[in-house]
Write a protein that binds this ligand. Sequence first.
Ligand code: FES
Length: 97
Amino acid sequence: MRTPEDGGTGRAFEVTFDGRPVEALPGRTVAAVLWAAGVTSWRTTRDGGRPRGVFCGIGVCFDCLVTVNGRPNQRACLVPARPGDVIRTQEGTGHED
Ligand code: FES
């Protein structure tokens, strides 16, 4: 259902980020959903564990890598959020070595 409150794109749905529920709107990327929830970093670097989130926002820099539904290395600025997505902070490569 389209409503003025959601910009006319449809009903809000829920995803989780690191186990907590987050409201999402259809058509938004994972990055947009996390930003709207006040989350600005969702990855740590391999060297030093420094926090990262969106940098370019257009799929070029790979700074925004995140784990979605158990799949690491998803670019949050490109991947559309889907109802029920389980989004987790990605530590390093995202693979348990
Ligand atoms: S922010 Fe650069 S690829 Fe996503």
